[in-house]
Design a protein around this ligand. Structure first.
Ligand code: NI
Length: 176
């Protein structure tokens, strides 16, 4: 297992539409392991493959993160139902320090393949439903910032530019 680097907005790779996985093999199992390890290390409650620069339809969720315990792994997920409405304050590892209220379906069911290539359906409500929809968005190249008002978009872009400048300065200081 390895901790991978999480891409931060506005990295263009976050906007790519991810491809379906052809076969769930050892390389996909390694990707799932790395995603989980990276999610626990950050820590976050979910992480999608495009966030580590891999354009495949794979993500992990663990609401008990950072301690871990209830790891859900999804390969080639698709929604089989979405019902109701709920608003939740969401964060994203690709938007460090940002949290925004987003309205999504309150209950969803996702059909996906597990790490053995077996089909399963997972139903989720509230935070689990929110996380499933948030991570699924990443596979479509859709991001937290796409769910907020025009004004908030501007604020988030400004915050992220400031963060990038700070990170650039810190990286520069390290090489000196
Ligand atoms: Ni995210």
């Amino acid at each position: 297992m390895a901790i991978r680097k999480v891409l931060v907005y506005p990295d263009k790779r976050l906007r790519e539409k991810a491809r379906p996985v052809d076969r769930v093999d050892d390389s996909i199992r390694r990707l799932l392991d790395d995603l989980a390890e990276t999610m626990y290390a950050e820590p976050g409650v979910g992480l999608a493959a495009p966030q580590v620069g891999v354009a495949l339809r794979v993500f992990v969720i663990d609401l008990k993160s950072p301690e871990g315990g209830e790891l859900h792994e999804f390969v080639n997920p698709r929604f089989v139902s979405r019902e109701g409405e709920v608003s939740w304050k969401e964060g994203c590892l690709s938007f460090p320090g940002i949290s925004e209220e987003v309205t999504r379906a309150k209950r969803v069911a996702l059909e996906a393949l597990d790490r053995n290539g077996e089909r399963f359906v997972l139903e989720g409500e509230d935070l689990l439903a929110v996380a499933m929809q948030h991570e699924y968005d990443h596979l479509e190249g859709k991001l937290l910032i796409d769910h907020v008002s025009f004004l908030k978009k501007r604020l988030i872009r400004r915050e992220m530019a400031k963060l990038a400048a700070e990170r650039g300065a810190a990286a520069g200081a390290e090489v000196r």
